[in-house]
Design a protein around this ligand. Structure first.
Ligand code: GDP
Ligand code: GDP
Length: 433
């Protein structure tokens, strides 16, 4: 799994500029907790073939200098707790400030790799000016310009060299990650399963310090249950917990086969839950949605139907996803939830024989061919499932570029109607033949 690199430093030194330079795929997490809107970002990057997640911890609070300082302390503390390496960014234009000195003091005590990055070194004069940052007592610094990119390569060379090789305990077993917002009931869910169940085989240390894997055996089927909530952090601050729980979910999702997404029924399928859902979908993971704490909801005849409809509306067009209403507290349907996750896993690894696929799909296509495009007729000749870890299908035709998204969705829906792909994203390619 990728290591985490955090960027800390006071506002305006150029953290976001640096961040944006490095990140290929950006996942914005905007927290809005306790009236303070914080715009923090993380994203994936890789350098010299080593992948890592970069966090711009720059939680920005508008307020007095006091609040400001506390905020920076918190930022640094979090980076110290959570990151594998820390980039401390300062600004050559302003020179060493009191706040820089405070941060440096915290960082001098850390036994994680710390890299002092002197930013805005855009020209030779500024190179000379940068030496004043030796005064921070952090040793050598890296002079760079986030705006034009100079010096960033040297910094990254040094950073990735220090990143731990997070060994992956490669397991043949399917991995089910239990994800969701804090307090959704993830730990309770896992504890309920473990406590109740004599089929538990072993507890093994997680592949990273971010998760705990439990080897589990049920319905004649063995899998690893990945608990992202199992490790409680000492961070006391609510919004930070939220942020880092999403980070942990991200990593767990990337390495899972199926994501068991728990939400608190009384809070609903809100934006943060949707973030997690789309992350799983974009990563082509199997998904089961568990609406937990159903005991707290005042129920009427159509409650389940209405709640389901609301979720489906939010996740359209990918709404072929199992949604189960559970109460961990009352041990209601928790095994049904696991059974469904197993089904989703099987759907995701299912391979449909080409012959069978064509027997079903070609008549459908013949009956409803792709609409003519710019006066040209598309003729689909056959299709096949690709030998990938999750379902991808290729449809071979004369003019693949003329098949538009609505028709691809039509094909996807027909695949779903005829073969059970519940909970599993499907990709469709049109190929030239
Ligand atoms: P953050 O608050 O630390 O995230 O800082 P930003 O990335 O928002 O940058 C603050 C300001 O510094 C912006 O106006 C940037 O354009 C500018 N800036 C960032 N990097 C450089 C640089 O390498 N050279 C110069 N001259 N300006 C920079
Ligand atoms: P996590 O942060 O997602 O691991 O959530 P926890 O498992 O720590 O649960 C958060 C809180 O929700 C705890 O106080 C649990 O007792 C409570 N909780 C969990 N499941 C249920 C449930 O089904 N019904 C109710 N009423 N409370 C629940």
């Amino acid at each position: 799994m990728g290591a985490i690199v955090a960027i800390v430093g006071r506002p305006n030194v150029g953290k976001s500029t640096f961040f944006n330079r490095l990140i290929q795929r950006r996942e914005a997490i905007v927290d809005s907790v306790s009236g303070v809107t914080r715009d923090r970002h993380y994203g994936k990057s890789d350098w010299n073939g080593k992948e890592f997640s970069l966090i711009d911890t720059g939680g920005y609070v508008v307020g007095s200098d006091d609040i400001f300082e506390q905020e920076i302390d918190k930022q640094v503390e979090l980076a110290i707790d959570e990151a594998d390496a820390i980039i401390f960014m300062v600004d050559v234009e302003s020179g060493v400030t009191g706040m820089d000195e405070d941060v440096a003091k915290l960082l001098r005590r850390v036994n994680k790799p710390v890299f002092l990055a002197v930013n805005k070194v855009d020209n030779a004069q500024r190179h000379a000016d940068a030496v004043e940052f030796y005064a921070l007592g952090l040793g050598d610094y890296y002079a760079l310009s986030s705006i034009n990119g100079s010096g960033t390569g040297e910094l990254l060379d040094a950073v990735v060299k220090e990143l731990p090789e997070l060994e992956e305990v490669e397991s043949e077993l399917p991995r089910f990650a239990v994800v969701g917002r804090p307090n959704a009931g993830k730990s309770s869910f896992i504890n309920a399963l473990i406590g109740e169940d004599r089929y538990i085989v072993t507890d093994i240390a997680g592949t990273t310090r971010d998760s705990i894997d439990t080897k589990y055996n049920r319905f004649g089927f063995e899998f690893n249950l990945v608990d992202t909530a199992g490790i409680r952090r000492k961070s006391k601050v609510k919004e930070d917990l939220e942020f880092y729980s999403v980070m942990r979910s991200v990593r767990a999702i990337e390495h899972a086969d199926v994501c068991i997404l728990l939400l608190d029924a009384s809070r609903g399928f809100d934006g943060q839950v949707q973030n997690i859902f789309w992350l799983a979908q974009r990563n082509n993971k199997g998904i089961v949605i568990l609406v937990n704490k159903w005991d707290l909801v005042e129920k009427e005849t159509n409650s389940v139907r209405d709640y389901t409809a609301k979720i489906k509306e939010a996740i359209a067009p990918f709404d072929d996803v199992p949604i189960i209403f559970i109460s961990v507290l009352n041990k209601q349907r928790i095994f049904k939830a696991i059974e469904t996750a197993v089904d989703v896993y099987k759907n995701r690894s299912k391979k449909i024989a080409t012959r069978k696929l064509n027997d079903i799909m070609l008549p459908i296509i013949e009956h409803t061919p792709p609409p003519a495009y710019k006066g040209k007729f598309v003729k689909i000749k056959f299709c096949t499932q690709l030998p990938t870890p999750y379902p991808q299908f290729a449809f071979f035709c004369n003019l693949p570029q003329y098949v538009r998204d609505p028709y691809k969705r039509f094909l996807e829906n027909k695949l779903r109607d005829n073969f059970d792909f519940s909970g599993v994203p499907i990709t469709i390619f049109m190929r030239k033949k």
